[in-house]
Write a protein that binds this ligand. Sequence first.
Ligand SMILES: [Zn+2]
Length: 425
Amino acid sequence: MVVVLIACAIPVVGVVAYVATRSPAEPSAQPTAGVSTKATPKASRSPARRPNPGDSQAVFQNWAQDRVQAALDVQSQALLRGDLTGYVKVIDPAKGTLVAQLRKQYASLRNMKIGAWENDLLTITATGGKEFATTWRVRVDGHPCFGATTCDLDDYSMVTTWRLADPDTALMTSLEPEDTANAPRPWEVSELIAKVGDRTVVATTKAYASLLDNVANQAEAAAKVADRLAYRGKPPTKYVIFYAGPTEWKTWYDWDPPEWSGGVTIEVGDASNIVLNGKDLQGWYIDNLLRHEMTHAATLPGGSRSRAWWLIEGIAEYADMDGASVSRYSAIEETKKFVEGTWDGKVAVSAPGDSDGDAKAAAAYGVAFLAVRHLAEKYGEQKMREFFDAVVHDHQTEAQAAPAIFGENWTTVEAGCVEFIRSSV
Ligand SMILES: [Zn+2]
């Protein structure tokens, strides 16, 4: 699984965002004990035969696979209908810590109005014992939907172990996120409260309960802007947003945010999760940051590997400003210094790095914002979006995409952007 992070920041100077791409994590090593077998998708085969003593281990494995799938199905059905007892019943009762962890998880998932949870078994491996007494290591992909019964695929990979309590009943004995799972997810480790609206699911810890309504209301308003800019006109079913305190900011998703980052949009399969860094936020800025991050989620479902940083962040900043006067852009001073100083006159500014100062990062953002704002004002928001899609999603160069969309060559279009940028600062 490739993990792409789109992180944005608000240093003291104001609005800065930033894109970081993590290289694909190595596939996790297979265990040395036993042979790992790709689990057969449940839809494509008939139920396993109940083994008899002396049958080959493969027969026991097929049987165990079905029992594990059945246990996971029972568990997700319990979760969806609000049955805590049923949810934890699939856990080995001797594993008190795991039971406690799953009880907490259950509460968080219910608060986020979990509407669906599918599980796909990926591999099953015998790790000890034999026949009905075998212990099994099973890699599972879970697909939660929050606030809805269908959603873009949210892919959460976990490694579980199981034993059979009796020949017909599998019990989970351990559960860990897979290395590549972008974990821990907030609902895995934190007791979350949440507010689910028409377009958004906003969750936070109890420490921030007093802010929840406000953030949720602002998220609903921000969705109107982000929805309008969505890739192919199809915004996410719900924007899933987590408001993090300082501890959560450093631990959720196991990512390493630059000191100055204020928010992040994290790819989770074909969907995105948004995390806001509560430490840096002040009331007036939350709506801006929400528009920015939610526009990433809407314009880049499943993340992006595009080199066009200026468009990715420019459109997010364009949404962030929501038509407000350019003179009110919070990083206008930093942008002015850069534009009048070392800028090379190209709109395709490169992404600031972790170690870049606030001012440098802010200025890169400013150029990207002003360029996109100009495209939208001169050619219309629809054409700007088409250009974004051609370059970011279809990987055309700016020069290839401009004539068909804007009716002008890129040199002319860029010259217009540059003139607008210079006159705006
Ligand atoms: Zn951003």
